[in-house]
Design a protein around this ligand. Structure first.
Ligand SMILES: Cc1cc2nc3c(=O)[nH]c(=O)nc-3n(C[C@H](O)[C@H](O)[C@H](O)COP(=O)(O)OP(=O)(O)OC[C@H]3O[C@@H](n4cnc5c(N)ncnc54)[C@H](O)[C@@H]3O)c2cc1C
Length: 476
């Protein structure tokens, strides 16, 4: 940090981490509350020759919102909803507004975000920069597909408002552009009409990977939401077995208590488990089980219950219960401390998915590093320049990081990535911490990276905006 101390004397240095807590970096953190303050920070950084990394809620698993010896421009306090039109479901937001802030403000009017992530804590700015997807990616696409207009502040200090119609090239590059082209300071997003605060859910078990993929594919046009959990410890003929959950919004005439269920308070996740154990403490109970034998047991029990008493069950859940399952156990990432966790999410075209995912599960087992949590989703392509989506499936694999497995794990990630590249697949930087840059770059075969470099040259010729992720993935 010596260069920085000289560059910004008197400014407090903070340690900033990725959500998985396996990566961190010290930087000078600024938390502006308006565009003028952002402009001042960019100007200061440029004048001192210090790069800037943009940060939302810090919910990317790895190093997307980190950079050593940099100014960390944290947008989370620029979090006002500036406009809301309940007649057409369009919201004007500042970048630090979270999914949580948004849905709580609009649900009583009968609206819900078109796309939400597995946790409600990310910001809309961070979500657009990664172009996040939900469990309804096949039917509704990515967050960027519901963005009508973006306002961005370029490192030069120029404020620019873009829409798909006025500057489609820039619009489709900034969304999913990992915060490398400019600071998103405002967005207009379109939400969707809902008539109840509940979803109709169908739970189904699958005895192997082929069945998982077939059931998910069959369900994709009948159910808006399709998500699968895979027991990554199962081997042989049971490899890839898991549970699928499909869901649709409950229709206007199907919920007599619709008005009540649309109240934000009716969506609150319970603070206690079974009415007794405070959920804030739950991660401490899980910690002793967060090792290979413990997770093998948890995965096996979950599958056994889901494939017997839970199989082929239909029930209703609130929107928050179904959408934000990962918020059920607050701070659950702490079970992985001190080493933290990483995730690897690859996207593979339909025809190749079974072969690639079977190989990945096998590679993990052979390396003695089975994934503790494995999640399957169905995706469709989208028009964004560096999109991660394909017409296919994604498999997200969580791994604990320890002092003794770190090198092996990083090698495993490279091994997992190779068949994805061969199959014409993609990777998702929001979840990544370990992918070698050459493998990431190899997934773009139609000049996308060159086009991105040309846009970067126009919007940020001095390369003020950087991140550890962009450096690692060899982005321009
Ligand atoms: C438990 C959990 C579940 C998740 N589930 C999903 C899921 O279902 N689907 C999915 O797609 N993702 C998922 N994610 C990933 C998460 O949604 C993304 O990483 C998202 O980008 C995080 O937003 P953030 O506000 O925390 O941004 P950060 O992580 O802080 O930053 C993300 C990127 O955006 C850039 N950035 C931030 N703000 C701005 C801005 N205002 N202007 C320009 N660039 C900016 C940063 O530089 C960085 O590159 C999940 C994450 C967690 C922890």
């Amino acid at each position: 940090m010596s260069r920085m101390r000289d560059a910004l004397p008197g400014r407090q240095v903070e340690w900033v981490e990725g959500w998985g807590r396996a990566a961190g970096a010290a930087g000078y953190v600024y938390r502006p509350t308006n565009v003028g303050q952002i402009r001042e920070v960019l100007e200061l950084a440029r004048s001192r020759g210090v790069p800037v990394v943009l940060r939302g809620a810090g919910r990317s698993y790895g190093d997307a919102a980190l950079l050593a010896e940099a100014v960390v421009l944290d947008l989370s306090e620029m979090n006002r909803i500036l406009g809301w039109d309940a007649s057409n479901g369009v919201a004007q937001v500042e970048p630090g507004v979270t999914f949580h802030d948004l849905w709580r403000s609009v649900l009583a009017d009968g609206w819900w975000p078109e796309v939400v992530t597995g946790t409600m804590t990310p910001t809309l700015g961070g979500g657009l920069a990664m172009n996040v997807h939900g469990k309804n990616n096949w039917t509704r696409g990515t967050l960027g597909e519901h963005c009508l207009e973006l306002t961005m502040l370029l490192p030069s200090g120029e404020l620019r408002t873009v829409t798909p119609e006025t500057d489609g090239e820039l619009f489709h590059a900034v969304i999913g552009g990992f915060g490398q082209l400019g600071v998103i300071v405002g967005a207009r997003v379109r939400l969707k009409r809902v008539h109840s605060g509940r979803l109709e859910v169908h739970a189904v078990a699958a005895q192997d990977l082929a069945t998982m993929l077939r059931l998910a594919d069959d369900a994709k046009n009948r159910w808006e939401y399709v998500v699968g959990w895979i027991d990554a410890f199962a081997s042989g003929g049971r490899s890839g077995r898991g549970l699928l959950h499909f869901a649709n919004h409950v229709k206007a005439d199907e919920d007599p208590a619709a008005q009540e269920s649309l109240r934000a308070e009716a969506q609150d996740l319970p603070a206690r488990l079974a009415g007794v154990v405070p959920k804030a403490l739950l991660w401490r109970f899980l910690k002793p089980l967060t090792n290979r034998p413990g997770m093998r047991l948890i995965n096996a029990v979950k599958f056994r219950l889901g494939s017997t008493i839970g199989n082929d069950k239909r029930y209703r859940q609130t929107l928050a219960e179904f959408s934000f399952l990962l918020d059920y156990v607050p701070n659950w990432e702490r079970v992985y401390l001190p080493g933290g966790l990483i995730q690897h999410q690859s996207f593979v075209p339909v025809a190749e998915a079974e072969g690639v995912f079977a190989r990945q599960l096998e590679l993990c087992r052979r390396a003695g590093l089975p994934s503790f949590l494995a999640v399957l989703k169905r995706h469709r392509p989208d028009p964004f320049l560096l999109t991660h989506a394909v017409d296919g499936f994604s498999l997200a694999l969580d791994f604990p990081v320890t002092a003794s497995n770190r090198d092996r794990l990083w090698r495993l990630v490279a091994d997992l990535a190779e068949p994805v590249v061969e199959a014409g697949g993609r990777f998702y930087p929001a979840k990544d911490a370990a992918l070698p840059g050459e493998l990431y770059r190899a997934t773009f075969r139609d000049g996308q990276l060159e086009r991105f470099a040309a846009i970067k040259e126009r919007t940020d010729p001095g390369r003020l905006l950087r991140s550890a992720l962009a450096d690692r993935l060899l982005l321009p």
